[in-house]
Ligand binder design. Structure first.
Ligand code: 5GP
Length: 190
């Protein structure tokens, strides 16, 4: 998506460790006009898939997933990184290594929120090593629901995980695909 790529070049900041900071328009201060256009784009890509639910992981996937869910007119649910006291034992869970926090989390979703027969679109802000997406796919499958695909704001394509997951027949649509961030210079997959 051209507009997202232009915004990444204008306002994205490459931090040490090849972490791209997008707090100024996607994560902490959210450009709602851009968010709406991204949700519209995801809708046009998956409009044939009869999506019944959007699933993301807290916290940075939440605005994107909510905007997509509103466009499809379906509920959004999210995996929590910390099981809270008000969660019953009846949970779907997966182990996920976090790229940004450099540690593993158990992610959990209440069993009642992803049901057998649901056609789920997974949404997240970044796809880096693919661990978050793999964890969410495993949660959907353990619920007896179907993964219709994954919508990603920014894929770091040079890390290879997106194509590895695509080979497992998961449809991944990324709105921006970064080919390289070497020496702080961002280039996109053409
Ligand atoms: P993965 O599991 O694919 O390695 O990483 C995906 C998760 O890590 C995303 O949910 C995102 O929050 C975070 N992440 C990965 N790379 C980046 C990055 O370059 N910038 C930011 N802001 N978050 C990232």
């Amino acid at each position: 998506m051209r507009k997202l790529e232009e915004r990444i070049l204008k306002d994205g900041v490459v931090l040490p460790g090849e972490v791209l900071k997008v707090g100024a328009f996607l994560n902490q201060l959210i450009d709602t006009a851009l968010l709406k256009e991204m949700a519209d784009e995801v809708y046009s890509l998956f409009s044939e898939s009869k999506i019944t639910k959007i699933l993301t992981i807290e916290s940075s996937g939440l605005p994107f997933a909510t905007a997509i869910a509103m466009k499809f007119g379906v509920p959004m649910t999210f995996a929590k990184k910390h099981a809270s006291a008000n969660m019953t034992d009846d949970v779907l869970s997966a182990e996920v290594y976090s790229y940004t926090h450099k540690k593993s989390f158990k992610i959990v979703v209440g069993k009642e929120y992803v049901r057998p027969g649901d056609r789920v679109l997974i949404a997240d802000d970044f796809l880096a090593n693919g661990n978050a997406i793999k964890g969410l796919v495993s949660i959907v499958e353990s619920a007896g629901a179907t993964v219709e695909g994954a919508a990603i704001e920014i894929e770091k394509s040079y890390q290879g995980a997106g194509d590895e997951i695509r080979k497992k027949a998961v449809r991944i649509e990324s709105l921006a695909r970064i080919a390289s961030m070497e020496n702080g210079k961002i280039t996109f997959v053409s």
